[in-house]
Design a protein. Structure first.
Length: 116
């Protein structure tokens, strides 16, 4: 029952985020919006980590499985991408570095202890 409750919490947040994106016409994809909502709920103390810890840990363990559909999708449109592969490679490298640096900054910012 505990696992079911954790799934319901995570899927409810994902559903609300997707509805905000589709119905509310918010220009942020539902997945990103869901992560933002989850972060705010956890950071604000509204949601405790223990209430989703097991399911989220399991999802993180199997994270690579979620990249399979993306890879298959890329293979299906390879004809469209073959002319622009260099630009796509450069954009991938630049965006990966940007995500890495932004994540590092956010972790450092959130781990700072308040000045006393």
């Amino acid at each position: 029952m505990k696992i079911l409750k954790q799934w319901i919490i995570i899927l409810s947040i994902a559903f609300v985020a997707e509805m905000m994106y589709r119905v509310g016409k918010i220009p942020i994809p539902g997945g990103v919006l869901g992560f933002l909502i989850l972060f705010l709920l956890l950071y604000g103390g509204v949601l405790k980590l223990e209430s989703i810890e097991e399911v989220s840990g399991s999802l993180l363990t199997h994270l690579t499985v979620f990249f399979v559909p993306v890879g298959v999708g890329l293979l299906k449109v390879m004809d469209l991408l073959k002319d622009d592969w260099l630009m796509l490679l450069l954009l991938s490298i630049i965006s990966s570095i940007t995500v890495f640096l932004t994540t590092a900054w956010a972790v450092q910012f959130l781990r700072r202890k308040p000045h006393e």
